[in-house]
Design a protein around this ligand. Structure first.
Ligand SMILES: *Cc1c(COP(=O)(O)O)cnc(C)c1O
Length: 370
């Protein structure tokens, strides 16, 4: 298989090089290349408008907002979270000296199952960290009710939830804080990057201080902060990508329509339809393989696709709780996580990006439809 024949799972959204060059010229002329420059400010402003959120603080990647969110709320002890995510979710707890407590998922959303949260609460529990996995909204109302009842914080890892709205309202305003990732593989990217979304100006200021080492003035540091700042070059890149992200999302939507049409009649393959009232971002297209009715296991299909140069991904497999580093935790036992285990063992994310051609889609579907 030649490289050019390979269909990758994703492809980064890139700004027009001429447009980017014009912005680089501006940055070069100003000689202000990082530390809250004008592009950083413009980017935050533009993101607030696009995402319909009141306050945002952009970061140099999507993991630092998770670490900083936990620090800013002084979260300690135990935090209830999902094993069905990218490892950074759990890592952020560990790096804050917090014990992760895994709770099973709701197979209807892929997110944490609110019905299982209460049983996992102990006197050490201080917060819940759910994930809107694949950009599918968690059952946020029920999660908030539990948090209110037990006095817990809710920090959403919303790395996949760029632009997701429920009944016209951004999902990023749920909970106390939400984090985003603008990594190259995400639906909206700044090469590397991320953000924290918050409700009020005081929290934004506190987080802006924390991402700049805790400096509040030239001569005082009020908290043990970190360096999480986004530079001017990537803020400019983000401003340009923001102008074309709607077109990219619409192109992905068209791919999803084609996939659903072709896969609906296939026995043993299931997938999710759009949810009523939700603006989706089509960041991923997960399918679930039932080996008995499909006649092939997930891994057999996955490797067959690879043989045909179609690089799907087994997101999320293995579960975070199955990695050697977390396997020893009491909540990591598979009996505790049957739905997450099932989903991890049956999922393949099909290639999904704005540049897939009709021929690509046909080749992908030819591997699956029989
Ligand atoms: C991508 C991702 C992150 C981390 O983002 P980076 O920008 O790669 O640091 C965190 N959580 C989830 C669920 C992700 O998919």
């Amino acid at each position: 298989m030649m490289d050019k024949d390979i269909i990758t799972v994703t492809s980064p959204l890139l700004p027009d090089l001429e447009d980017f060059n014009a912005m680089l010229r501006e940055i070069w002329n100003s000689k202000w290349i990082t530390n809250n420059g004008s592009f950083h400010k413009r980017f935050e402003q533009a993101l607030c408008e696009y995402l319909k959120v009141p306050y945002i603080s952009v970061f140099t990647n999507g993991t630092l907002p998770l670490l900083t969110a936990l620090q800013s709320m002084r979260i300690t002890g135990e935090v209830i979270t999902t094993p069905y995510s990218f490892v950074a979710t759990t890592h952020s707890l560990w790096w804050n000296g917090i014990k992760p407590v895994f709770v099973d998922i709701d197979p209807a959303t892929g997110g944490i199952d609110p019905d299982k949260i209460e049983a996992a609460i102990t006197p050490q529990t201080t917060a819940i960290m759910p994930v809107h996995v694949y950009g599918k909204p968690c059952r946020t109302r029920e999660i908030q009710d539990i948090a209110d009842k037990y006095g817990l914080r809710v920090i959403y890892d919303a790395a996949h939830a760029f632009g997701i709205e429920v009944d016209g309202k951004s999902i990023l305003t749920e909970g106390d804080l939400s984090t985003l990732s603008f990594h190259a593989t995400k639906v909206f990217n700044t090469i590397e990057g991320g953000a924290l979304v918050m409700h009020d100006a005081e929290t934004k200021q506190r987080i802006d201080h924390l991402k700049n080492f805790g400096f509040v003035s030239e001569t005082d540091v009020v908290a043990p902060g970190i360096n999480g700042k986004m530079d001017e070059v990537r803020a400019a890149f983000g401003l340009l990508n923001l102008e074309q992200v709607d077109a990219a999302i619409e192109a992905r939507h068209q791919v999803a329509i084609r996939y659903r049409e072709a896969l609906r009649p296939v026995e043993g393959i299931t997938f999710w339809d759009d949810m009523p009232g939700v603006r989706h971002n089509y960041s991923y297209f997960p399918i679930f393989v039932d080996a008995t009715t499909y006649g092939m296991t997930r891994d057999q299909l996955y490797f067959k696709m690879r043989e045909h140069g179609v690089l799907g991904r087994r997101y999320f497999y293995p579960l975070i709780s199955d990695f050697s580093t977390y396997r020893g935790l009491p909540s990591a036992r598979r009996e505790n996580l049957p739905q997450a285990t099932r989903m991890a063992e049956s999922v393949i994310c099909l290639p999904m990006h704005h540049e897939l051609t009709d021929a690509d889609i046909e080749r992908i579907l030819n591997c699956i439809v029989r």
